[in-house]
Design a protein around this ligand. Structure first.
Ligand code: NI
Ligand code: MN
Length: 226
């Protein structure tokens, strides 16, 4: 699987010939000014929750690509009022089959209000199980025992976890999460975008190395094979 990082908690994964894009927050991100959202390919856009730093570019990219947007009914109904979303697939906690594989929307310990204060339903993460590989994106979440259920959905090849602290897990919590998930290859996201989530990247990598795990921190715009 090829993963491309777009900054903050936004990334794309190519799986089964389809482009999956998660939580696009690119144009408002000063650190991602070199990313042109018109160049981003997306067949599906998966949204974990309603916070502005996860949905900012959903409508623009969906209009441009015609991608199917996956998310909670509350978040999708709000986004539909902001633009012309032609294809949506609403999910709550549960699993559904798509042409590229099986998607399980799983709980996150966080909140999910929309930018204007509207109710956004519950926040979650996604487990993707496909013929081309399996992975988990936790979304914004604290460390939670629920992560012990991830192996029930799939034996994941890698997991994308927030490591910035303050609003989510930090690197120390993410090491424990990786035990729960049963995966030692972690891509760290949700750090350095804002001053309160600034981290020491080398220190975070060392924490993982000491636990005989790998923390990958791709540059914004970089693609890695996983
Ligand atoms: Ni959030
Ligand atoms: Mn966030």
């Amino acid at each position: 699987m090829k993963l491309t990082y777009y900054g903050h908690a936004s990334f794309g994964v190519e799986v089964g010939g389809k482009h999956l894009l998660f939580d696009p927050f690119i144009t408002p991100n000063d650190k991602a000014k070199h990313i042109d959202i018109k160049q981003i390919k997306a067949d599906y856009i998966l949204v974990t929750h309603g916070h502005g730093d996860h949905i900012a570019d959903v409508v623009a990219i969906a209009e441009h690509t015609g991608a199917t947007v996956i998310g909670t009914p509350e978040v999708l109904n709000w986004l539909k009022k902001k633009g012309d979303l032609k294809h949506t697939h609403e999910m709550n906690f549960g699993s559904a089959d798509f042409e590229f594989g099986r998607v399980s929307f799983v709980p996150a310990t966080h909140s999910s209000g929309l930018p204007d204060g509207s109710y956004g339903g519950n926040p979650g993460g996604y487990v993707i199980a496909s013929a081309g590989g399996n992975f988990y994106f936790a979304g914004d979440t604290a460390l939670t025992m629920d992560m012990q259920l991830i192996p029930h959905y799939a034996k994941v090849d890698f997991a994308v976890l927030p490591i910035g602290g303050n609003y989510t897990m930090d690197a120390k919590d993410a090491v424990k999460a990786s035990d729960f998930i049963g995966c030692n290859k972690i891509v760290g996201v949700h750090y350095d975008t804002f001053s309160v989530i600034t981290i020491d990247k080398e220190q975070a990598k060392t924490l993982f190395r000491m636990a005989e795990k790998e923390l990958l921190l791709p540059d914004i715009g970089e693609s890695i094979d996983l």
